[in-house]
Write a protein that binds this ligand. Structure first.
Ligand code: TRP
Ligand code: ZN
Length: 463
């Protein structure tokens, strides 16, 4: 997210480069940035050597023909001297790449778009890369079999990016450890709408095409970026303390969604009581048709649902705005920090509005016939195909209940609110979390909880 000024004017950099050709002192010795960030589950995801601050994406899409024409302007800071760097992009045709306005050489291999700037980049330098690209964006299949990337829908398209689907529709650093702000400008045939993250800042029609501009002012992980193109009933209201609420609902889902969506402001208010201040400048939902995607996703500001959600799912996805979207996992191994918390939010909601305490839910899972929960520890999923299984969700939530049992309610709420505050708009790991809990409750011993519940292979011998 951080940016810095150019350390040297472009001319001086060119001169320095020219000098390295003859005398080797003081020149830029850039090396390639690296084609992944060594994620334990998705080793090719993300790229080394730079940190993106902002994505400015301009998309033009026509659902009939599924044709995308796009430009991505990526502002990033070099984290070491770079002779080349990679962007993640699958499918599509790259028409041109420039870096700092100068034509750059590029080549493609798998999901890596390798860019060789005309001039080496210096460590600390902020640079702008412009990629022009076009074609039909792909629908990708996750290791767990679900579809992500660019999903054609009954009346348009839907972009969903968890875990590595954003590379199907824009080039970037597709890893949760590199968050950035976004501007998304989407042009579609007149009569269709384009809904995205953040806030709508402009909308105009020229000829027979309408352009929507969305701005995301708080840092966002690439997997949380979305755009939904189609027909939507859009409602603008306000929630707690004037928070803008934008709901976009497919016309076929409006009736079925009305009752549950009326609860949204109340759920945000209840979540603020439990988790602390809402972390973003707007909220809402996108509800597409049940067949458009088989699952809900916590797309930033505005979670996406396949048809009308039930209350528990709405509570879950909105809880992700704190846990997942604001505090984002450092790697895909830390997924339980998202799903364990969002599942625990459902348990807490049930405790307050239903008829079961979180402890009862915990005991039901412990005693019940739920073998799958014990398949692997929450903090160490067995493989990329299993990062969305019950050990991450339910057993992840059980870890939180174990902490609550140990420290009591007051300190437990301090911990979950403090965690959201400490890493607000950042990325954090499981080790950060255990260290945080230990700092907040210095007289307690969490060794067994970490060993048996968080990292243990077997079902713990007692609840
Ligand atoms: N994160 C989604 C949820 O709210 C579930 C999900 C969608 C998911 N796509 C995924 C989980 C890909 C892991 C990988 O629970
Ligand atoms: Zn979730």
């Amino acid at each position: 997210m951080s940016r810095s000024v150019r350390l040297v004017p472009a001319a001086a950099a060119v001169l320095a480069l020219a000098l390295t050709a003859t005398a080797c002192d003081g020149g830029v010795h850039g090396t390639p940035g690296g084609s992944g960030v060594r994620d334990p589950y998705f080793p090719k995801a993300g790229n080394g050597g730079y940190d993106v601050g902002h994505y400015d994406l301009t998309l033009d899409y026509t659902p009939a023909g599924r044709r995308l024409t796009a430009t991505a302007v990526i502002t990033a800071r070099a984290t070491h001297d770079l002779s080349a760097f990679d962007l993640d992009l699958v499918g599509l045709h790259v028409d041109s790449v420039t870096v700092e306005g100068r034509k750059a050489r590029f080549n493609r291999a798998g999901q890596e778009l390798t860019v060789r700037p005309h001039d080496d980049l210096r460590k600390g330098e902020t640079f702008r890369t412009t990629v022009r690209y076009s074609g039909t964006p792909r629908t990708l299949t996750d290791p767990d079999g679900s579809e992500e990337g660019w999903l054609p829908t009954a009346d348009g398209a839907l972009a969903l990016g968890e875990p590595v689907g954003s590379m199907a529709w824009f080039p970037g650093n597709d890893h949760p450890s590199d968050k950035a702000t976004y501007d998304l400008t989407v042009t579609v045939p007149e009569g269709l709408q384009a809904v995205s993250n953040g806030e709508l800042t402009d909308r105009f029609t020229k000829g027979d095409r309408t352009t929507y501009r969305w701005h995301t002012a708080q840092p966002m992980a690439s997997y949380l970026a979305t755009v939904a193109i189609g027909h939507f009933d859009v409602t603008r209201t306000t929630g707690p303390h004037g928070l803008p609420v934008v709901t976009a609902v497919d016309p076929t889902q409006v009736k079925a969604s009305a009752k549950v969506l009326a609860k949204l402001p109340g759920i945000i208010k209840w979540e603020e009581t439990n988790f602390g201040p809402y972390p973003f400048s707007s909220t809402g939902v996108i509800v597409d048709r049940p067949d458009d995607a088989g699952y809900a996703l916590e797309t930033q500001n505005r979670p996406t649902f396949p048809g009308a959600p039930d209350t528990g799912t709405l509570v879950h996805e909105l809880a992700h705005e704190w846990y997942g979207d604001s505090v984002t996992p450092e790697s895909w191994q830390d997924m339980w920090l998202n799903e364990g918390f969002a599942t625990y939010a459902e348990w807490l909601y049930e405790e307050d509005y239903g008829d079961k305490s979180a402890q009862q839910t915990f005991m039901d899972y412990y005693n019940g016939d739920h073998e799958a929960i014990w398949a692997y520890p929450p903090a160490k999923p067995s493989s990329a195909a299993h990062i969305s299984d019950s050990p991450v969700y339910q057993r992840g939530a059980m870890v939180l209940q174990k902490i609550r049992q140990k420290v009591g309610d007051d300190r437990f709420y301090d911990i979950i609110q403090g965690w959201a505050a400490a890493h607000r708009h950042g990325s954090a790991s499981t080790a950060d979390f255990t260290a945080y809990v230990e700092r907040k409750a210095p007289h307690q011993d969490f060794t067994e909880i970490w060993k048996d519940w968080l990292y243990g292979d077997k079902k713990p011998s007692h609840p």
